[in-house]
Ligand binder design. Structure first.
Ligand code: GAP
Length: 455
């Protein structure tokens, strides 16, 4: 089990500057969150880890940065205008709104998302499922509620055109698949990835940053020939799991969950779930989208989406294997996973975030042992190190307290500057996880840190 409750994690994030309530001074806008100095560093490091594994270390893989706002026909073609919706149900007693499938899941009814509206209503009635707010069981019928945020483009009332904030990033890759193929002179199979924001008017957002109305996705689309799709689908499920294992999440905290009900575009879909305090829940989704999206774009745009095999001259619309990683959900999982509370030999407790060093907001902290005597040299070292690494500097309070402050924000290494540094140009490096210290020459410091911080 996690050593920290959700409430404690929310407080820790706020206290140290990982995540704050959005628009806090106005009482907050529900389910919006702002990443603070440490949170945005952590997020950027996660994105860099993803870039390294999915773009840099893979052949035939390219990152793009398309617009959030797209032509409204994109969302008609993709099927989102017609069917990107959730089953909405209202409590007649207290007027709160709920997602019917989530209501069933919360009451341990398996496979709820595969039921029809009529079946869901029957199960709710037969089991007298209560409203989570007032406890009564008196619900309206179910209506489909489209999750896309709408806005308007145009300067005059007459010229206004309804457009949408994108509910998924994928379409940006699909409409650019031919551009990227041409400009990179690639052959299939090839992949396009992007990191960016998506927006969904979720009926029941919640659980801190787990389900929000604005969130980030790291998406990866692999274009291939029909027949190669099943193998690539299995490959990317495993690749995703390895990605999380490589960031320090242990095997037993992860599991696959096949979808009972498939999205309108998918032939197969499987999530990677992390064990949060409330149970296993989705952090990634891998989908076999077949040639649905590209065929629809060909139909709606009138532009051929066919690929011509340079060897055989065969023409076909590629299949797509998509693997999407929620940035915010992954951050939440990584924070829960990293938190530890230890009782030390002297009976004190220490809170520590055992984040993978590549993810840690600060890589190293420079701490003068005695402010009056060692801060000049410590500042020199700080100015030198911050050319290479995100470096923290702290000279206030006793050294034990300063170590604790770095432990709880996940800084993997702390350098103590003392008399030895002045006399023999050496520093002590303390390891966050083991609390062991080694002495090292200043000349070797950057090389050493580069080695222990590598990913
Ligand atoms: N293009 C495919 C797609 O968007 P998805 O399963 O709907 O697939 C992918 O979403 C990932 O995005 C999820 O696994 C999750 O990590 C994240 N995500 C989805 N909705 C979210 C929300 N409301 N808040 C935070 N993250 C969300």
């Amino acid at each position: 089990m996690s050593k920290i409750s959700m409430e404690e994690l929310v407080n820790l994030c706020k206290q140290y500057g990982f995540i704050y309530q959005g628009s806090e001074i106005y009482g907050g806008l529900a389910n919006t969150w702002d990443y603070g100095p440490l949170g945005s560093r952590l997020k950027n490091n996660l994105k860099d880890a993803w870039r390294k594994k999915f773009i840099q270390e893979r052949k035939n893989a390219y990152e793009i940065d398309p617009s959030i706002l797209m032509h409204p026909r994109v969302w008609e073609a993709s099927g989102h205008v017609g069917s990107f919706s959730d089953p909405l149900i209202d409590c007649r007693e207290c007027k709160t709104r709920h997602r019917a499938d989530k209501l069933l899941e919360a009451n341990n009814i398996e496979g709820a998302d595969a039921l029809s509206h009529e079946e869901m209503i029957k199960v709710i009635k037969d089991n007298k499922i209560p409203c989570p707010n007032c406890g009564k069981s008196n619900f309206t019928d179910i209506r489909e509620f489209n999750l896309m945020f709408e806005t308007y483009r145009g300067v005059t009332e007459e010229s206004k055109m309804k457009i949408y904030l994108r509910p998924e990033n994928a379409q940006g890759e699909y409409v650019n698949y031919l551009n990227v193929l041409r400009t990179t002179r690639s052959k299939l199979p090839y992949s396009i990835g992007q990191i960016g924001k998506a927006f969904r008017n979720e009926i029941t957002p919640g659980n801190f940053t787990f389900r929000t109305i604005e969130f980030e996705q790291m998406e990866y689309q692999t274009f291939c020939k029909e027949g190669e799709d099943n193998k690539l689908y299995e490959y990317f499920k495993e690749f995703g799991k390895q990605f999380y294992l490589g960031l320090g999440i242990p095997q037993e905290k992860l599991r696959y969950k096949d979808h009972d009900k498939l999205a309108h575009y998918a032939k197969a879909a499987c999530d990677i779930q992390y064990e949060f305090p409330w149970g296993f829940d989705e952090i990634n989704g891998t989908h076999n989208r077949t040639n649905y999206d590209l065929s629809r774009h060909e139909e709606y745009s009138g532009v051929s989406m066919k690929y011509t095999d340079p060897e055989t001259n065969e023409k076909y619309i590629p299949y797509i294997i998509e693997s999407t990683y929620g940035v915010d959900r992954s951050i939440l999982a990584l924070l829960f996973n990293a938190y530890d509370k230890e009782t030390l030999e002297n009976g004190e407790t220490r809170e520590v975030l055992k984040l993978h060093p590549f993810l840690a907001p600060y890589k190293v902290a420079v701490l003068p042992l005695i402010k009056k005597l060692h801060s000049e040299k410590a500042n020199e070292i700080y100015e030198y190190l911050n050319k290479y690494f995100m470096t923290a500097y702290d000279e206030s309070g006793n050294i034990g307290k300063r170590y604790r402050r770095q432990d709880v924000i996940g800084t993997p290494f702390a350098i103590t500057v003392d008399e030895e540094t002045l006399n023999s140009n050496t520093v002590t490096i303390r390891d966050r996880d083991t609390m062991k210290q080694i002495t090292i020459s200043l000349d070797e410091l950057v090389m050493y840190l580069n080695k222990v911080l590598s990913y």
